[in-house]
Design a protein around this ligand. Structure first.
Ligand SMILES: [Ca+2]
Ligand SMILES: [Ca+2]
Ligand SMILES: [Ca+2]
Ligand SMILES: [Zn+2]
Length: 359
């Protein structure tokens, strides 16, 4: 199937004139790409598909080796962001969503996120958001924008599916309305180097993709998940039924004491950082400590699963990073979704747009 798509593309590209057969070939290519996307989705049993659009990712990107990239490369950064998306997908890979959106086909939700660079003010490392269609509240395309004005420095992990750069992991629970939930999967105490002195790009990417999935209080589906509109998301299904998780704006608000030992986020002896008394332990808290990595916790996943109405009995609350199926499949998925996205944008100009959040 992939070979056939490629050959159609090549024959179209080498044709001098737009003949009838060329148009037929082009139409076949589009449907072929769409079919390919379906096949890929089924292969990984995905109920959440995140298409990252890197079309403009090179524009404004720091040069390879720039301090913003922690000395890494733009290609490494792209790989880190793809890994972040795959972790979110993995959480819901074996579940299905019952949300009543016209685009929810067979319980699978698909979101396309444009990834780009721009100067961001203050301490903002990146922003993530989505617009939505006022007719039924569903997603329009999302955005993920990285700070490139020199005030943010990232650790771009060349091996983003493992966290051997850190020596310790804090894994702890908190009680939410009497329901114990994991709220902390923080790696800390990194060896000297960019992982210790910079902000972990994988963590920031997971956080911002959370926003692009609708994690902010003005997104209709999120707002509806707060029963009583009293500042907590109410979990109504699965192992954490009856949990109530506090939030404000686009972030959870619960904090946790730093792990004991004086080496959080790493041994401050001689360093310029100091361990705070408490911190936001989960990914969707409002800030990240330099020198730490956060994995998705049960709290982050439960909130997203709740407002996107996934079957919470089949959610993976401890998703592990997995490699993307193949770069070719990812590219095909991206182009298929991009075509649809642009068409929808032309048709609908009452789209509301919101950007929110900072890591
Ligand atoms: Ca900045
Ligand atoms: Ca690593
Ligand atoms: Ca509530
Ligand atoms: Zn945020």
């Amino acid at each position: 199937m992939i070979d056939r798509c490629l050959s159609l593309l090549l024959s179209e590209g080498t044709s001098g004139k737009r003949t009838r057969s060329t148009r037929t070939a082009l139409a076949a290519l589009v449907s072929c790409v769409a079919l390919q996307a379906t096949i890929s989705s089924e292969a990984i049993e995905a109920a959440l598909v995140i298409n990252l659009d890197f079309t403009n990712f090179s524009t404004g990107a720091p040069a390879n080796g720039d301090p913003i990239l922690g000395g890494g490369t733009v290609a490494d950064a792209q790989s880190v962001i793809q890994t972040a998306a795959s972790i979110w997908e993995q959480a819901f890979a074996n579940s299905s969503s019952s949300i009543g959106w016209s685009t929810n086909v067979g319980g699978t939700l698909t979101q396309t996120i444009a990834v780009e660079w721009a100067p961001l003010s203050g301490s903002t490392l990146a922003t993530g958001g989505t617009g939505w269609f006022s007719s039924d509240g569903r997603w329009s395309s999302g955005t993920l924008t990285w700070d490139n004005d020199g005030s943010s420095d990232f650790f771009v992990d060349a091996t983003p599916t493992e966290s051997s750069e850190w020596n310790k992991v804090s894994t702890r629970d908190l009680s939410f309305n009497g329901i114990a939930m994991n709220a902390d999967r923080t790696s800390y105490d990194a060896a000297a180097g960019v992982a210790r002195s910079n902000s972990d790009m994988l963590t920031v990417a997971i956080h911002e993709i959370g926003h692009a999935l609708g994690f902010f209080d003005t997104f209709p589906a999120f707002a509806a998940s707060d029963l009583g509109s009293d500042g907590d998301v109410d979990i109504t299904g699965g192992p954490f039924t009856n949990a109530e998780i506090v939030y404000a704006g686009g972030h959870t608000t619960f904090q946790m004491l730093s792990p004991a030992g004086g080496d959080f986020p790493y041994d401050p002896g001689g360093g310029s950082f100091f361990p705070p008394a408490n911190y936001y332990p989960n990914v969707m808290g409002s800030s990240i400590l330099t020198g730490t990595r956060k994995r998705l916790t049960e709290t982050d996943i439960a909130i997203v699963g709740q407002f996107l109405q996934f079957d919470m009995n089949h959610v993976d609350f401890d998703p592990q990073p997995v490699p993307e199926p193949s770069s070719l499949a990812v590219l095909a998925l991206g182009s298929a979704a991009l075509l649809g996205s642009r068409a929808r944008q032309r048709r609908r100009d009452r789209k509301r747009r919101l950007r929110t959040g900072q890591a």
